[in-house]
Design a protein around this ligand. Structure first.
Ligand SMILES: Nc1nc2c(ncn2[C@@H]2O[C@H](COP(=O)(O)OP(=O)(O)OP(=O)(O)O)[C@@H](O)[C@H]2O)c(=O)[nH]1
Ligand SMILES: [Mg+2]
Length: 238
């Protein structure tokens, strides 16, 4: 099984070397694509240095910051071009603990999409403010009801996609960013009838670097989800 981890970075110069080392030490035989949006803190140069030190790293430099969704789409295309079987997405700020990768890869043998989930039994969040918990929980309930999905964590970004599921997702037509990107990708894969599995993770707040969470990101989700639902109903009618 050929596996790649997509690590999007924006101002993660302190986290990136620690993350690469932590993944390397697990000895899972995975490759890593670092996808950097020309971070002003020099993460791109740090990535270049890491590429010379480790034999499992490639760096994708993007011209400017365009958001997580665009960075992932770039990585998805690259991974499919290079014939990877499994494509993992994870944050580079240690919110997604690399220790879970082993279990994720194991589950990926049986499922087309594996979700690291905060809201199944055994999962949770560590270090979030009440406001942040409220937004995340509320967003998930809203999305589940609106899209009629049974998965508990639709907005998490720690995922393992099968290449076939990515292909079926029709990457070029994904229309959302931020948290909605996570909802839309899972929704599309579910709609194509793929098998999806959630497993519990404890999500930790970032230690180094700044948060990029904003009201705009939450607002986008509120606006865009009814559009996704509308599209799905139209498809059913046709
Ligand atoms: N390439 C790229 N990576 C990004 C961009 N925005 C965020 N990232 C990275 O995507 C991952 C998740 O973003 P975070 O900023 O941690 O988002 P979050 O977890 O919602 O918020 P905080 O952890 O509170 O900052 C991190 O590895 C970021 O460095 C972007 O525009 N381009
Ligand atoms: Mg984060």
């Amino acid at each position: 099984m050929k596996i790649v981890i997509l690590l999007p970075t924006y101002n993660e110069k302190d986290n990136l070397p620690l993350m690469v080392e932590a993944i390397y030490r697990l000895d899972l035989g995975v490759n890593i694509f670092i996808i950097d949006d020309n971070s002003p803190d020099g993460t791109g140069q740090v990535a270049e240095e890491l590429q010379t030190q480790y034999n499992n790293i490639s760096v994708i430099h993007r011209v400017k910051k365009e958001g997580l969704g665009k960075a992932y789409i770039h990585g998805f295309y690259e991974a499919l071009n290079q014939n990877y079987d499994k494509i993992i997405t994870m944050d580079c700020d240690f919110s997604h603990d690399p220790q879970y990768l082993k279990q994720m890869v194991f589950l990926a043998r049986k499922y087309s999409l594996v979700l690291g989930s905060r809201y199944v039994v055994g999962g949770g969040v560590d270090g979030w403010s009440l406001w942040r918990r409220f937004i995340s929980r509320g967003g998930n309930i809203y999305a589940r009801l609106l899209l009629n999905l049974r998965y508990k964590d639709l907005t998490g970004g720690f995922k393992c996609y099968d290449a076939k599921a990515l292909d079926d997702m029709n990457i070029g037509t994904l229309c959302s960013q931020g948290y909605t990107f996570q909802i839309e990708t899972t929704y599309r894969i579910h709609s194509k009838g793929h098998k999806i599995k959630e497993f519990p993770i404890i999500f930790k707040d970032r230690v180094y670097g700044e948060s990029k969470m904003s009201f705009d990101i939450a607002w986008e989700a509120i606006k865009i989800l009814p559009k996704l639902m509308f599209k799905a109903h139209r498809k059913k009618e046709n």
